[in-house]
Write a protein that binds this ligand. Structure first.
Ligand code: C2E
Ligand code: MG
Ligand code: MG
Length: 286
């Protein structure tokens, strides 16, 4: 029993980023059981035509509140647990390998919407989140070009979002691949900027087009001198390098007023629009 419990704690520690220690607790087993069950339900969904999956779209605006595009965000629900958030199901898809089929499905949905909305608003850009496993999959890129073409979408208006924590840790290895993607016109965004362990120095070399600054910095934009200065410095460093900036998580008019003088290129947040299904996006934002 002890050795089994230690094994669960080890597995849990590995899942939470490796190189760390976890004490065994009964919640670990409960967490493990839920994860196993959700993984089976996710597999079942994938095998039944992605049943329960749906793409939502959150509008992205310019610094002067003009619609610039959207970010595609996956949603999933099942009968037993109802709606389950991506923070929980994305890691399960990654661990089980299901991220490849789901990631492709999500990408195809997003660029199809991009093509449709781009006909109404030519500058319309679509951001799609990519798991690091998709970036490392050699078959993803041929799929990506083919899907963009088939959908009739403009590759220059497609943005691949990859997290800072992954990009910064693997920059040397993935830089070539990112350059290749960008040569074809597709843009690359560094997502959740400021939450990883990298320094501002990562902005010096990173082959990216857009830095998406994590919403934790918006929370402190008024009260925290550090957060405010951090935002201004990121914007300044990005401007020098020709990288566009996007601030995520704008929730109040006060935050908007505090951010306005910073001249961000893009802003996203509940103040301007929540993620909604495609049909609702059209009526509400287009
Ligand atoms: P992300 O790419 O950084 O997406 C932004 C998240 O912030 C979304 O959460 C969005 O709903 C939320 N958000 C936007 N504005 C606000 C705001 O004003 N206030 C607050 N409190 N939250 C805001 P969501 O949809 O739960 O997604 C969480 C994460 O899951 C995403 O973070 C992304 O990393 C991942 N994810 C979502 N869809 C996909 C997908 O299709 N593929 C992959 N690989 N990852 C995905
Ligand atoms: Mg994102
Ligand atoms: Mg983000």
């Amino acid at each position: 029993e002890l050795s089994k419990s230690a094994g669960y704690a080890l597995e849990y520690a590995k899942q939470r980023g490796k190189n760390r220690m976890e004490y065994y607790a009964p919640q670990i087993v409960a967490h493990r059981e839920r994860s196993l069950e959700l993984t089976e339900l996710l597999r079942d969904s994938v095998e039944h035509g992605f049943r329960g999956f749906e793409m939502y779209y959150q509008p992205v605006f310019s610094g002067t509140r003009a619609l610039e595009g959207a970010e595609a965000l996956a949603r999933w629900r099942c009968d037993k647990y109802g709606a389950v958030g991506p923070a929980e199901f994305i890691p399960l898809l990654e661990q089980s390998g299901l991220i490849q089929p789901v990631g492709r499905w999500a990408f195809a949905q997003a660029v199809t919407a991009q093509a449709r909305w781009g006909r109404r608003l030519p500058r319309f850009k679509m951001g799609v989140n990519l798991s690091y496993l998709q970036l490392e999959d050699d078959e993803f890129f041929p799929f990506m070009w083919e899907t963009i073409q088939k959908a009739g979408a403009d590759p220059k208006q497609t943005i691949l979002e990859l997290t800072e924590s992954y990009l910064a840790a693997n920059m040397e290895r993935v830089a070539d691949r990112l350059r290749q993607v960008r040569r074809h016109g597709v843009r690359v965004a560094m997502d959740d900027f400021g939450t990883g362990y990298s320094s501002l120095g990562v902005l010096k070399q990173a082959p990216i087009d857009i830095a998406k600054i994590d919403r934790t910095f918006v929370n402190g934009i008024q009260e925290s001198a550090f957060d405010n200065a951090f935002l201004r410095m990121v914007v300044e460093l990005c401007r020098v390098r020709g990288i566009s900036t996007c601030l995520e998580g704008m929730e109040t008019e006060e935050q908007w007023r505090a951010a306005e003088p910073m001249h961000l290129d893009y802003v996203q947040g509940f103040l301007l629009g929540r993620p909604v299904p495609a049909g609702q996006f059209e009526t509400q934002f287009l």
